[in-house]
Design a protein around this ligand. Structure first.
Ligand SMILES: [Zn+2]
Ligand SMILES: [Zn+2]
Length: 364
């Protein structure tokens, strides 16, 4: 038998028990070691997402407990056996939908089908807040390097992989300046990754402690919006910090529509805006911009959702190399058992804790 934390209503979680099915052909069953609470888990729990009554959690690391028929390696060709630590990409790639046919596996039309299915439905173990997780045959997964701790590996398949992908396709070159709007998890990861690419990194936020953390994650300079309280003042400061050269790249991970307008103003001539922070398509999220600035400055705007699935392996390799250079392991401040999932979500939603981790097989 195993347990899952299923969403039974808005801000409601129930622990349900099911027997763990035998791993079918092409599937892998893993015992979940750690599961992060991500911002999007909180959105779902608050009812702001299409998913209803599914098993919560998508950022997890587990230990293989059973291999289905035909599975002998991970998606990088590395041999796998029972007991190995693995991380799955959290979405599926059907390889048949219009997006997959064009090679956009990251936006597969059926990407969320498995994650979003009802807890009652076979095979039940389809989310990270559970004692077990069953990796679907259409789901990439990779072995975790030995030196990457569970707490870090758990978050690899979402925010870190997304930022590794974003930086890798950004076109960033040695000594380019990148301005990162927002020093939350994504901003910190982006700061560290672009630092390893020899970029000059400037991070903007309005909370001093977050900016201090950004410095630990490689930021060369930080701009506090409380001190520089207008867009004009911030642009002036960016010009001062770059000796008048300006920002080649602006990465929006602030999560507010106004940041995009600011990105268009900040980016230098020929610059690139990487848009990740605005994901809602609700009419309330509209913002006015000056499109002429995009034309006159010949800007490139790249929208980036998720990551191509093979970037999870690149991310694990990145963490194997840089895990000790930046304090990735210090981002988690509390660990909860599976039965404490509701409490953990409440604390995380109220921002009483920075990053909570569920340890589903922890003794109660
Ligand atoms: Zn996530
Ligand atoms: Zn597809």
């Amino acid at each position: 038998m195993g347990k899952v934390a299923a969403m039974t209503g808005v801000r409601e979680i129930e622990i349900k028990e099911y027997s763990v099915p035998k791993a079918e052909k092409g599937c892998v069953t893993m015992k979940v070691l750690k599961s992060n609470i991500c911002g999007s888990d909180i959105h779902m729990w608050e009812g702001k997402h299409l998913f209803k009554n599914h098993v919560l959690g998508h950022e997890m690391v587990g230990e293989i407990s059973e291999l289905g028929e035909g599975v002998v390696t991970d998606y990088a060709g590395e041999e796998v056996k029972v007991g190995d630590r693995v991380v799955p990409v959290y979405y599926l790639t059907c390889q048949k939908c219009p997006a997959c046919l064009d090679g956009h596996f990251n936006i597969c039309t059926h990407g969320s089908d498995y994650q979003g299915q009802l807890a009652e439905k076979h095979p039940h173990f389809t989310g990270g807040f559970a004692t077990h997780y069953i990796i679907h045959p259409n789901q990439y997964f990779y072995k975790v390097p030995d030196n990457v701790p569970d707490n870090v590996a758990a978050g690899a398949n979402c925010g870190i992989a997304q930022m590794v992908y974003a930086m890798d396709i950004s076109g960033i070159k040695i000594n380019d300046t990148i301005v990162i709007q927002g020093a939350g998890g994504l901003g910190l990861f982006a700061s560290a990754i672009s630092k390893t690419m020899s970029a000059n990194v400037i991070v903007i936020d309005s909370i001093g402690s977050r900016l201090e953390e950004a410095k630990n994650f490689g930021a060369d300079h930080v701009i506090n919006m409380r001190d520089f309280d207008t867009v004009e003042k911030r642009i002036e400061e960016i010009n001062r910090l770059t000796k008048g050269r300006g920002a080649n790249f602006v990465l929006d991970v602030a999560g507010v529509p106004a940041a995009f307008d600011e990105a268009v103003r900040i980016a230098k001539i020929g610059g690139t805006i990487l848009e990740l922070g605005n994901v809602s398509v609700d009419e309330s999220q509209k913002v006015s911009i000056l499109p002429g600035l995009i034309t006159r400055k010949c800007l490139t705007v790249k929208g980036i959702l998720r990551y191509q699935p093979w970037y999870l392996q690149k991310t694990l390799k990145f963490l194997e190399k840089y895990n000790n250079h930046f304090p990735f392991n210090s981002l988690t401040d509390r660990t909860y058992s599976l039965s404490e999932s509701q409490l953990a979500m409440e604390k995380a939603a109220a921002k009483e804790i920075t990053r909570a981790i569920i340890e589903p097989n922890k003794a109660e």
